[in-house]
Design a protein around this ligand. Structure first.
Ligand SMILES: C[S@@+](CC[C@H](N)C(=O)[O-])C[C@H]1O[C@@H](n2cnc3c(N)ncnc32)[C@H](O)[C@@H]1O
Length: 276
């Protein structure tokens, strides 16, 4: 595992106790992802009662309660590579926490009916994780996930590009390339789309702090590893100025990408309908 991978894990473990206080975007993304699951249910005429749901990169387990509300008879495996994140999850008889890496998920092959994952994939090697998810799913099993898209933090990317040519904001896959990856791995019924969410901040420094929270900070080897000097920050703020809103705030755009796909094989009555 790379040093960067260990650093990501360490950063999440450190953030675990206060994660929910700062994770505004993540909470919004979670609500929208759950809406997607509901929409699938609405569209369907068949019941889908997933026996086992895997929440991959579950963090503090925010998704557990709404998932159990929708699927009251399901067992949920709440999986994350950070033990500190998993420790925040309240014990529940239908929930099993599991410390595991998304690149090598510690579940039996073909054991998961619904794979749910909110804003974890942008930290990972997408191809490897999609392959692992497919291995974990039962034939006919469904994946619903969110990740970050290519337009994420375009304002900051532009401001940095006026200063140097180093990569300061990660490169994220466009929705269509994520769909291509899934199709190349022979997933069925692949749907990938995206929407923009704009958050506003009091300063450019606040924008940069959020980078780390969502995994948009750069993991490229070529990135500048030193702290940003006050002079550079001032210059950055100057180039960011053109995006400033009328009420004096600094906007940051996040492109939320959704992927919905099915593992080919026996149709288990998908898409789903939530049990009344
Ligand atoms: C932005 S948080 C999202 C947490 C949760 N899904 C939510 O909606 O609040 C990303 C989570 O993914 C986990 N994570 C990142 N990379 C991972 C990996 N390779 N394997 C397992 N978990 C990972 C982090 O520890 C963190 O808890």
């Amino acid at each position: 595992m790379s040093l960067e991978h260990h650093q990501i894990k360490a950063a999440f473990s450190k953030a675990a106790k206060h994660y929910e206080k700062h994770a505004v975007l993540q909470k919004e993304a979670l609500a929208r992802l759950l809406d997607r699951v509901d929409f699938d249910a609405f569209e369907s005429h068949q019941a889908f009662l997933p026996e086992t749901i895997l929440d991959l990169g579950c963090g503090t387990g925010w998704a557990i309660e709404p998932l159990l509300k929708r699927f009251p008879d399901s067992t949920i495996i709440a999986a994350d590579f950070s033990a500190d994140m998993l420790r925040q999850i309240k014990p529940h008889k239908q929930v099993e926490t599991r410390q595991t890496d998304a690149h090598a998920i510690d579940v039996h092959a073909g054991s998961i009916d619904l794979l749910f994952s909110n804003l974890m994939l942008q930290w990972c090697d997408e191809q490897t994780v999609l392959r692992e998810i497919k291995r974990a799913l039962k034939p006919g099993g469904l994946v619903h996930l969110t990740t970050m898209g290519q337009h994420t933090l375009h304002e900051l990317r532009y401001a940095w590009s006026q200063i140097d040519d180093k990569p300061h904001v990660n490169h994220f896959l466009p929705a269509n390339e994520l769909a291509d990856l899934a199709l190349r791995q022979s997933y069925d019924d692949v749907i990938a789309d995206s929407e923009l969410i704009t958050m506003t901040y009091a300063s450019v420094i606040d924008v940069m702090k959020d980078l780390k929270n969502i995994g948009a900070h750069n993991t490229d080897d070529k990135r500048s590893k030193g702290l940003t000097s006050p002079r550079t920050l001032k210059e950055l703020a100057k180039h960011y100025e053109q995006f400033r809103t009328d009420d004096g705030l600094y906007p940051a755009t996040f492109e939320l990408v959704y992927l919905r796909a099915k593992k080919s094989g026996e149709d288990k009555g998908l898409p789903l309908r939530i049990k009344d």
